[in-house]
Ligand binder design. Structure first.
Ligand SMILES: C[S@@+](CC[C@H](N)C(=O)[O-])C[C@H]1O[C@@H](n2cnc3c(N)ncnc32)[C@H](O)[C@@H]1O
Length: 494
């Protein structure tokens, strides 16, 4: 699945994947409504039922948990501790799916693919409770068996037997039994222990210079839910004052960042009245880095070539208002272009709903026309797996070729759009070398213009640790507490 598909699907009506009324293979019997499990007996408690429905929607409808779960919680009227429990169960089960399926296959003595899908998803949820939470075993088993009874007629006895087998051993014993020995297959071992597919672990390790100890630390942090970061919009809010206002703390690195302590950011007046927006600190850092690079002469025409939904455009637009600059924001998906318009209300930003590769073919996107250009390219999103629990199991290496072609073409367009002496920031929320170093090197080579790499490290706040040998920068959850954003800064020399 390419990121383009990802974007389009993510933008369908909330929670939907497949069209309504259709169901994925194996779910027909029990979940034709697309929502509520059917059956003669009452299902398990509401939080578990909500988690089951979200997990089933992810697998049955190709839905996204972060989109579908809020709708389910709202529909069931779940708030507070129930909503938090349902969220933990949903995200935890989806994140640990690879290992859970190994355990389920071993305990049931059959391939997981051969278990009836509704029973399979309920069993996954039960296994997660047994091995990854403090839910007492008897409650995990009985609640899951009740759930199975309501969604998969006739499977309750099977589920009971499988769950009792799983409950016989703690997680460590299951991992010791099923993971390959570290000495013989370190990546396979890390995959089972830390719930990431092997090809993703290999790509992280390659980006970390082959250091598997550090890779393991990354995987551990990649399994933690990320904190909520706010961006205090320059000229509209001050990060220290905003932190006081919302009961948060100023960010460790970006002067605009506030770490929110808790609560729903949507309820904050600072967000409602346009003084701040939700944005990972890493995203704020790479957007601000574009503006920290020196350019000679004119510095008023900035271009954001992949703008939707507009987080980085909003930061650039706030600073443009202070510096007398103007931002042109390009976004190919019309509905996402509208999100950019909403995000940049009152800022000197012009949104163009068009393909960023039209540089030189559209009067609004002239060659040599801009002083600074941001290419926040569509990517696999491997750097933000913390936010999308199912994503690691959905992504495939085959997603890379079409994405890297698009990334390269957008970078070439950016290098043609910038004037000689201007700068281009190439950014991805993936640390995969094929999307980062390879794309940048190839894009620069094919652009037909002369470029130099600018050392991106001094463009980040002073004293930031772990920025490597340059000239590009890779941020990491375990080093910086941010998404794994990549930044390459290029200057057009002629
Ligand atoms: C990584 S996201 C950008 C995130 C955004 N910069 C932000 O901070 O909110 C990449 C965006 O590029 C858009 N996109 C994909 N192909 C494009 C193209 N050919 N031209 C312009 N935008 C494109 C996608 O629709 C998506 O919104």
């Amino acid at each position: 699945m390419s990121d383009q598909h990802h974007q389009h699907r993510a933008d369908r009506p909330r929670g939907s994947g497949r069209p309504r009324g259709t169901a994925g293979p194996g779910y027909e019997r029990d979940s034709r409504s697309g929502r509520h499990p059917r059956g003669g007996r009452p299902p398990s408690d509401p939080a578990r039922q909500a988690a089951y429905e979200a997990i089933a929607a992810v697998h049955r409808d190709d839905a996204y948990a972060n989109l579908v779960l809020p709708d389910i919680l709202r529909g069931m009227g779940l708030t507070g501790r129930d909503a938090a429990f349902a969220t933990e169960l949903t995200y935890g089960t989806l994140r640990t799916l690879g290992t859970i399926d190994l355990i389920l296959a071993d305990a049931s003595g059959r391939e997981v693919a051969r278990i009836d899908p509704p029973a399979r998803d309920a069993l996954r949820l039960g296994t997660y409770q047994l091995l990854y939470t403090r839910v007492p075993a008897h409650a995990a088993v009985s609640q899951t068996v009740d759930l199975v009874r309501s969604v998969a007629t006739g499977a309750a006895g099977f589920a009971n037997a499988v769950l009792r087998t799983i409950a016989e051993k703690p997680l460590e014993d299951w991992l010791a039994k099923l993971a390959p020995a570290y000495d013989e297959n370190p990546v396979g071992n890390l995959s089972v222990h830390h719930n990431h597919p092997e090809w993703i672990i290999r790509s992280f390790a390659e980006s970390l210079g082959g250091d598997l100890d550090e890779t393991a630390r990354l995987l551990i942090d990649d399994n933690q839910p990320p904190g909520v970061h706010l961006c205090a919009r320059p000229g509209r809010a001050d990060a220290v004052e905003l932190a006081d206002e919302v009961g948060g703390t100023p960010g460790a690195f970006s002067p605009y960042t506030v770490y929110l302590g808790g609560g729903a950011p949507g309820n904050l007046s600072a967000i409602r009245d346009g003084r701040a927006h939700v944005q990972d600190e890493g995203s704020q850092l790479v957007a601000a880095a574009l503006l920290a690079a020196e350019v000679d002469g004119r510095d008023t025409r900035w271009l954001d070539l992949c703008a939707g939904p507009g987080g980085k455009t909003a930061l650039l637009g706030s600073i443009a208002a202070l510096r007398g600059a103007e931002v042109t924001a390009v976004e190919v998906a019309e509905h996402r272009a509208r999100l950019v318009e909403n995000a940049t209300e009152g800022m000197p930003v012009t949104v163009l709903p068009m393909d960023g590769r039209s540089v030189g073919r559209d009067p609004d996107l002239p060659e040599d026309g801009f002083d600074r250009v941001l290419v926040d390219a569509p990517c696999t999103g491997l750097g933000s797996l913390r936010r999308r629990p199912e994503s690691r199991w959905r992504r495939r290496p085959a997603d890379l070729p079409p994405l890297t072609k698009l990334q390269r073409e957008l970078l070439v367009a950016a290098l043609r759009a910038v004037r000689p002496g201007g700068v281009v920031a190439y950014v991805t929320c993936s640390p995969h070398m094929v999307e980062t170093q390879v794309t940048v090197t190839e894009g620069a080579r094919r652009s037909g213009v002369e470029v130099d790499f600018v050392d991106a490290r001094p463009l980040l706040p002073p004293g930031m640790p772990g920025l490597g040998a340059g000239p590009t920068v890779q941020l990491w959850p375990h080093r910086h507490g941010t998404d794994a954003m990549f930044l390459a800064m290029l200057r057009r020399t002629a």
